[in-house]
Design a binder for this molecule. Structure first.
Ligand code: TZP
Ligand code: MG
Length: 216
């Protein structure tokens, strides 16, 4: 059984795959190491899109990152892949509305890991409220993002606040979050922020993570 879900794990939630490393002098392992040292509260391995690893290289990377998270007692969450989540003994799995049906994922993983779901509309949040076995929802994109090719239009902080108002589960904000706009999010009463580029492209990961941790 993996690390239990707690709401506080959503405060500084880092998401990344190798495709999110833009500096050729850095590796994903080096970035995650800095992020863990800086105090991220959760990590999601999301290997997706142009430049992403596949097959054995993806599994090998996942196992390395999983081990790094374990040594910092930070939950390791896999995006959208039950097999990879099981292979890596992940603490959690995150699924989207277009992925394998969430109820099926919940059945497949049982009590072995917690489950998060992306919800970008009030109807999706209402459906999540009725789904037992979910631990949290991720909502956005709050702001325009360059990290997801098929991202929907930004919902803004007001749109986010409406989803939080409907949700019976803790909500983590996602999409286009930066050190300049993260201060706006507590107005929407979210539990935390989930970010790719804010950390993966940061020039000072310590400062960036500290900013998240003082915001939530
Ligand atoms: N889902 C909605 S927006 C997004 C995902 C995975 C990308 C977030 O990346 P960034 O760089 O934090 O905007
Ligand atoms: Mg997905």
């Amino acid at each position: 059984m993996g690390m239990a879900f707690r709401e506080r794990l959503l405060r500084a939630y880092f998401i990344a795959g190798t495709q999110d490393v833009k500096n050729p002098r850095l590796t994903l392992q080096q970035i995650l190491q800095q992020a863990l040292a800086a105090g991220i509260t959760a990590f999601q391995y999301r290997e997706k899109g142009p430049g992403s690893l596949t097959g054995k290289a993806r599994v090998k990377m996942a196992l390395q990152l999983r081990e790094m998270c374990a040594s910092h007692a930070v939950p390791f969450i896999v995006d959208d892949d039950v097999d990879l989540a099981k292979t890596t003994d992940a603490d959690g799995i995150h699924v989207g509305q277009k992925d394998e049906r969430v109820t099926q994922v919940i059945d497949e993983v049982g009590d072995s890991m917690f489950v998060g779901l992306s919800c970008d509309t009030e109807d999706q949040v209402r459906a999540a409220n009725q789904t037992s076995g979910l631990s949290y929802i991720g909502s956005g994109p709050v702001y325009p993002t360059g990290s997801k090719a098929d991202a929907d239009p930004a919902i803004g902080v007001d749109g986010l606040a409406k989803l939080v108002a409907v949700s019976q589960l803790p909500v983590v904000a996602i999409g286009g979050i930066t050190e300049e706009n993260v201060d706006e999010l507590p107005k929407a009463k979210v539990t935390g922020a989930a970010v790719i580029s804010m950390i993966a492209q940061s020039r000072d990961i310590n400062r960036t993570v500290a900013k998240m941790l003082t915001t939530f």
